[in-house]
Design a protein around this ligand. Structure first.
Ligand code: FES
Length: 85
């Protein structure tokens, strides 16, 4: 990763539609939301325009960071509990 997502401030807004911050998303991941749809169920992030879901969903890079990037880093750092899916 060229960007250290986890060093961004926790109040960085990831999902502008639902006003969901990086801190809230990390909290949801720690609580077992280990894919994008589960994060959406837990926080509402990614359920409106969808731009914040991934770079593929955001071709004009209107969002600074995306849910799939946060998930990837969170999994690398072992934040995602091992819950058999
Ligand atoms: S910015 Fe997250 S759904 Fe629109």
């Amino acid at each position: 990763m060229d960007k250290d997502i986890l060093s961004l401030p926790e109040d960085t807004e990831v999902c502008l539609c639902e006003g969901v911050t990086l801190g809230e998303i990390l909290e949801a991941i720690k609580n077992g939301a280990c894919d994008i749809d589960a994060i959406g169920d837990a926080t509402g992030a990614g359920t409106v325009c969808g731009l914040c879901r991934s770079r593929e969903d955001d071709p004009d890079e209107e969002r600074e960071i995306h849910l799939d990037e946060i998930l990837e880093v969170a999994k690398e750092k072992g934040l995602c509990p091992d819950n058999n899916g």
